[in-house]
Design a protein around this ligand. Structure first.
Ligand SMILES: [Zn+2]
Length: 193
């Protein structure tokens, strides 16, 4: 496995979370991209946090899902136990789960060193006039295949397949889910804060 590209989106100095220094995406073997990694300023230097999602649990009264930090149910308003999140061995509350992550320290080291190297280069580049960030931001002018449906149809075209109508209605569902998830990306934050 080789990291063939790292793209960095530097945060403004005055962003609301001072410890968040950048978002980034990592491409493996020119074939697979993982987005929404974060570069965080820690006490022992910068480190890389894997993409994560907020954990939820179900309301005991109505069964709706709520974020673990929610004090009242979003659906029925029922008061929730404020201390219901599980804790790790160090006693820290576990509010997020990694979506993609290395399973050994050698891989973590490969990713972290490639990302931090790209981060420092990007900071230098950003001082130059006409600097343009290369991180694909889906909210602005991403020019690749925009949706899962497009990706599937491009793959199908490349292999000479035809996408059936049954298939495309399923992919539309996936696309809707992806859009909903996408809207939540501003609620960033990993368990390490
Ligand atoms: Zn409820």
């Amino acid at each position: 496995m080789v990291i063939t590209e790292v793209r960095i989106k530097l945060m403004e100095d005055n962003n609301e979370n001072e410890r968040l220094q950048a978002f980034c995406s990592v491409t493996f073997d020119d074939a697979y991209v993982v987005r929404d990694l974060k570069i965080i300023e820690g006490t022992k230097g910068s480190f890389v946090a894997m993409p994560s999602r907020k954990l939820t649990d179900r309301c005991p009264q109505c069964g709706s899902k709520n974020h673990l930090r929610a004090r009242f149910c979003n659906q029925c308003g029922c008061k929730l136990d404020e201390d219901r999140a599980t804790r790790d061995a160090d006693g820290r509350v576990k509010l997020h789960a990694d979506i993609a992550h290395p399973i050994n320290s050698a891989c973590r080291e490969v990713i972290q060193s490639a990302v931090l190297k790209a981060f420092y280069q990007e900071k230098e580049r950003s001082k130059q006039p006409g600097y343009v960030c290369t991180y694909d931001d889906f909210d602005s002018d991403y020019d690749g295949p925009a949706t899962y449906t497009q990706v599937v149809s491009e793959m199908g075209a490349a292999r000479g397949y035809r996408t059936s109508s049954a298939h495309s209605s399923r992919t539309n569902q996936v696309q809707e889910t992806a859009t909903r998830e996408g809207k939540q990306t501003d609620n960033f934050g990993a368990g390490i804060f």
